[in-house]
Design a protein around this ligand. Structure first.
Ligand SMILES: [Zn+2]
Ligand SMILES: [Zn+2]
Length: 521
């Protein structure tokens, strides 16, 4: 009986939505020529919003008064300074309101968007992975963020050998910008023909992002204003200085310091195109800036389609999108739309007009482990909510220290019979204990006030609190037992390399001994 439960659990873990923030551009296309048209004008469909208010929406507070006057800890002077900085940054994003929303706290500036720009996408791509753009949920705890006041890094990191995953900047229209070099560490996505006329494409989660400077935004944000912000908090300007003068003396990251001592980046038409690294402090984790929002795919990642060229992208009146491409002398189409129930319908039309329909629930990204995102699932999910400033995480490996997955690190605490092995039964009992500890009103859910409880006596107690946002898979601010099971059992499955339903002595040899105090929660 129990065995059966485990099978079901294992399957659900396997098909659980995978979240990831980067695409794999595995294919090489050495013979594609640059095709990016720098003279392109923004399409007329861009709406230059005249509505000045309300651009600022505050996710974490309810009113203007609250955010401006009831922030603790800051003096009036500090608060004024903070708001002044934030308002200046907000100017770049203002033309895209109310679709793009911004807010800030004492440390960070936040950008919320669906990552879906108001221009045709994908057209001009000659090296296509068959992904298509779908809107993402970069909202709430999954919003983009960067420091209000950047801090110069002691050891600036170059994007030539870092940050091949995830975004390195956020454009004024709420679209993330990734490293121009793809994650093989050498291929320039632009030169390889992977980008559309606006410098973007859809990644493995069907998430649209740019890989070069979105120069088409300059006209919309206004001359002299930044087009984007790097995730270290420094602005990225266009091809000229704010006053229109020529840009001089850029460092290897495309940046320099102005007469007032302020550092900023510029866009260029050649590599590095945008910030070529980070002058300011960022935290690198698993090859990407951390934390950052994650894109959610609705279907398995697709394969490159050699010889395909995307020729048209139309948003139809019914809300569906038709992407047209040519391959092998045929014109084919992908027509796709999100349905009322949140599922996705994809219709693939071949050169003879014959079509095939595939539906994806939008909840699952099924289809198999081969297409796993390149991220280390051994570690517990990241907590993207608590701003950590520039302090390393407590569970960040220190120099030379081996990273031990949470489940292994804490296995001895959950090993109820102290036999040196952590069985699934022991782990399930611990999950039960932690869940009941938090769910004090017995509603079957850990609500947001319940998760504040500091008295839950379980090895999982701190884990639940620290990673509540990631455990809450459907983002309804309440954790169900299934949601908790999913996350914890996924960690267990990954650690259980022998797949025998228990973490053996060998598998848990890096566990923190009970008598030694642990270094994290
Ligand atoms: Zn990409
Ligand atoms: Zn400059």
């Amino acid at each position: 009986m129990k065995f059966k439960v485990y099978i079901v659990l294992a399957i659900s873990v396997f098909f659980t939505t995978f979240s990831f923030a980067h695409d794999l551009h595995e294919e090489e296309h050495p013979d594609h020529k640059p095709h990016y048209d720098y003279t392109i004008q923004p399409p007329m469909s861009f709406e230059k919003s005249e509505a000045i208010e309300p651009i600022f929406t505050f996710s974490y507070t309810n009113s203007y008064d609250e955010i401006f006057y009831v922030q603790p800890k800051l003096s009036a002077e500090e608060l004024n300074k903070q708001n002044e900085i934030a308002m200046t940054i907000a100017e770049s994003f203002r033309p895209f309101a109310p679709k793009v929303k911004v807010h800030w706290d004492d440390k960070f500036f936040y950008v919320e968007s669906d990552g879906f720009p108001n221009h045709p996408m994908m057209v001009g791509i000659t090296a296509w992975q068959q992904q298509v753009p779908i809107p993402q949920k970069y909202y709430g705890n999954n919003a983009w963020r960067f420091p209000l006041q950047p801090i110069v890094a002691k050891m600036p990191l170059s994007a030539k050998d870092h940050f091949f995953r995830g975004a390195i900047a956020i454009a004024a229209n709420g679209v993330p910008i990734f490293n121009p070099i793809k994650n093989d560490g050498r291929t320039d996505t632009f030169l390889a023909g992977e980008l559309d006329k606006f410098g973007g494409h859809a990644g493995r989660a069907d998430d649209y992002h740019y890989h070069i400077a979105p120069l088409h935004l300059q006209e919309i944000v206004g001359n002299g204003k930044p087009l984007a912000y790097a995730l270290d908090g420094y602005p990225i300007y266009g091809l000229t200085e704010s006053d229109g003068s020529a840009v001089k003396n850029l460092d290897s990251f495309n940046g320099h310091t102005d007469a007032n001592g302020n550092y900023h980046y510029h866009s260029t038409k050649n590599y590095p195109y945008i910030n070529g690294g980070f002058h300011g402090e960022v935290i690198e984790r698993d090859g990407q800036v951390d934390p950052q929002p994650r894109a959610n795919g609705v279907r398995p990642a697709t394969e490159p389609l050699r010889g395909a060229k995307i020729t048209d992208f139309v948003q139809n009146n019914d809300g569906s999108i038709t992407l047209t491409y040519t391959v092998s002398g045929e014109t084919r189409k992908v027509i796709y739309a999100v349905q009322k129930d949140g599922s996705y319908r994809f219709e693939f039309v071949d050169g003879n007009g014959k079509s095939q329909v595939e539906n994806y629930s939008g909840q699952n990204r099924g289809g198999g482990g081969e297409n796993r995102p390149p991220r280390d699932d051994n570690r517990p999910p990241r907590d993207d909510r608590e701003p950590r400033g520039n302090q390393p995480r407590r569970d960040e490996p220190q120099n030379g220290e081996k990273r031990v997955p949470w489940i292994i690190q804490h296995s001895s605490e959950m090993d109820a019979n102290r036999d040196g092995e952590l069985t699934k039964a022991e782990l399930l009992a611990e999950i039960e204990k932690a869940f009941l500890g938090y769910d004090t009103n017995k509603s079957g859910k850990i609500e947001s006030d319940e998760v504040q409880n500091n008295n839950v006596r379980s090895a999982l107690g701190g884990f639940v609190k620290q990673h509540r946002d990631e455990i809450d898979a459907n983002h309804d601010s309440a954790i169900t037992k299934d949601e908790l099971l999913n996350v914890v059992m996924r960690m267990f499955s990954r650690a259980d390399q022998e797949s025998d339903g228990k973490l053996s002595k060998e598998e848990t040899k890096d566990a923190t001994p009970l008598e030694r105090p642990r270094k994290d929660n």
